[in-house]
Design a protein around this ligand. Structure first.
Ligand code: PEP
Ligand code: MN
Length: 355
């Protein structure tokens, strides 16, 4: 299948080691992956962006010849990460089929522009990973730079975002960001990289399934012939055979329910949902009108806008009520924080207006 065909189809399955380490490791991983019959593109990093010096930084250009051999043996097109003009030139010289821009590069417009310049006049698919920080505009900016360079096949890779605090993930998925990205750029395939989101093997399956449920176009998952002894990202890699099992256990869903009975049900439920959303908006507007009245009262009586005790009480009441209604604490807190902030903004403009 040509890469152009792969691009238009779902799912796009990409797999291979975090890093190319030895010729034997690359070839054996490729042979195992090809047995699955489902892998469209084989990935392997030959230049690795490492947080600290002295760590394994990739084998460099020599790895490209191993990938060429792997492709010859399996027929599977190859993909590597590029971060500089040199990387792009080397990849093109060595017949790499797909290039991806890593998370640490997408954050840097200078680097993305440099890559874009070196791609002018080249016909090769490019995948753009999300930036490390949760900044949608940077991700879109990277897409625009690559598109302006004349690249036709562009895909996006969701690999999670750096987040403060301890989470169960290596990089928090923050699903709302790829969802919004899909809304803004609906014509681009969105591929999930559960490996870098999870950082471990336990959560891979559920993250992959979630991406499918969110109508993603495919998966990029790290696999290694001997994961425990991988030279980078050992704890998140699985064997090609384990990846095969994982693929077998995933439930693929359709984004266009063609069963007309199902379709009618979906339409009815969505109509009800729209109705409720309309009601929620008018209720919120009524709530803000009350907040305005209270704002006038506070202004007249010279009372502060924020009263922490009252705010605590509002949250406590809401959480108590929501608990029995199947709404998570996390959601209720986020929702009330947003509503409370909007009330404060309303009262602030009343407090500071001259009338
Ligand atoms: C990788 O794919 O191995 C990699 C370094 O990914 P990211 O840029 O998402 O950290
Ligand atoms: Mn990796």
């Amino acid at each position: 299948m040509s890469l152009k065909e792969i691009w238009g189809k779902k799912p796009i399955i990409i797999s291979g080691p975090c890093s190319a380490e030895t010729e034997e490791q690359v070839i054996n991983t490729a042979l195992e992956l090809s047995k699955l019959g489902k892998v469209a593109i084989m990935r392997a990093g030959v230049w690795k962006p490492r947080t600290k010096p002295g760590m394994f930084e990739g084998v460099g250009s020599i790895g490209l010849s191993w990938l060429q051999k792997a492709k010859k043996l399996t027929g599977i097109p190859t993909a590597i990460e590029v971060a500089t003009t040199f990387h792009v030139e080397e990849a093109l010289k060595n017949d790499v089929d797909v290039l991806w821009i890593g998370a640490r590069t997408t954050v840097n417009p200078f680097s993305v522009q440099e890559i874009a310049e070196s791609l002018k006049g080249v016909d090769i698919p490019i995948l753009i990973k999300n930036p490390i920080n949760p900044d949608l505009e940077l991700w879109i900016g990277a897409f625009e730079r690559i598109e302006k360079a004349g690249i036709k096949e562009i895909g996006l890779v969701h690999r999670g975002f750096s987040a403060l605090g301890i989470t169960e993930y290596r990089n928090a998925p923050m699903w709302q960001l790829p969802i919004e990205m899909k809304r803004r750029l609906p014509h681009l395939p969105m591929i999930c990289d559960p490996s870098h989101i999870c950082g471990n093997r336990i959560l891979l399956q559920q993250v992959a399934q979630k991406s499918i449920d969110l109508d993603f176009s495919g998966l990029m998952l790290e696999s290694h012939i001997d994961p425990d002894n991988a030279w980078s990202d050992a704890s998140q890699q699985i064997t090609p055979a384990q990846f095969g099992l994982m693929l077998d256990n995933l439930i693929w869903r359709s984004s266009n329910p063609d069963d007309s009975k199902l379709n009618t049900l979906l339409i009815t439920l969505r109509e009800q949902m729209d109705q409720l959303d309309d009601e929620l908006i008018s209720l919120l507007s009524n709530r803000m009108k009350l907040a305005d009245e209270i704002g006038f009262y506070k202004k007249e009586n010279n009372v502060t806008i924020l009263q922490t005790e009252r705010w605590n009480l509002i949250l406590k009441r809401a959480l108590l009520k929501a608990e029995h209604l199947g709404l998570s604490e996390d959601f209720i807190v986020k929702y009330f924080e947003a509503v409370h902030l909007e009330s404060i903004n309303h009262q602030n403009s009343i407090m500071n207006s001259s009338s």
